[in-house]
Design a protein around this ligand. Structure first.
Ligand code: SF4
Ligand code: SF4
Length: 63
């Protein structure tokens, strides 16, 4: 299971990258992406990237 960033919503503020405990978030070609294999959804706690993202519905559960 992993979260994903909606490319069109992301403002590339970078806040989520700093919060991820697994280093799963990085900047790629001017947008931030979540490496699905590294995302643990923060192990049962509230996803930290989602909590810090200033844009509603920008970080969502991967389909
Ligand atoms: S849910 Fe947690 S582990 Fe997954 S990308 Fe966000 S901060 Fe990182
Ligand atoms: S916190 Fe939200 S808007 Fe900022 S880089 Fe991450 S996904 Fe994009």
């Amino acid at each position: 299971m992993a979260l994903t960033i909606v490319e069109d919503s992301c403002t590339a503020c970078g806040a989520c990258e700093l919060e991820c405990p697994n280093g799963a978030i990085s900047l790629k070609n001017d947008v931030y992406v979540i490496k699905a294999k590294s995302c643990t959804e923060c192990d049962g706690d509230a996803p930290k990237c989602q909590a810090v993202c200033p844009v509603d519905d920008c970080i969502v559960k991967a389909a």
